[in-house]
Design a protein. Structure first.
Length: 99
């Protein structure tokens, strides 16, 4: 039996946990009177991360990864996507601070 379906489920669960965590942070931001803008940004970041992870999980489910090389290529692409998302998030935060 292939470990890919189990890995896909774990990745999907990670995406759901990321979104739930960001929703909690957004709620805390509202309680701390950081404003609705901050809460919206937290939710947006959580949604983008969750969608990225769920996309990766869907690819794992549907792709036929027949070799270790194919798996490593996919992981590299996924890591790059996450790193780019983080870079864009930092840039957006800098712009929101008036940068």
């Amino acid at each position: 039996m292939s470990p890919l379906p189990a890995a896909a489920l774990l990745i999907e669960a990670g995406g759901s946990a990321a979104l739930a965590g960001h929703a909690l942070l957004a709620g805390l931001a509202l309680l701390r009177r950081q404003g609705p803008r901050r809460a919206q940004l937290l939710l947006a970041d959580g949604a983008v991360l969750a969608l990225s992870l769920k996309t990766g999980a869907a690819l794992l489910k549907t792709m036929e990864l027949g070799s270790a090389d194919a798996i490593l290529r996919f992981l590299a692409i996924l890591a790059l996507r996450i790193a780019l998302k983080q870079a864009f998030s930092r840039e957006r935060a800098w712009l929101l601070r008036g940068g």
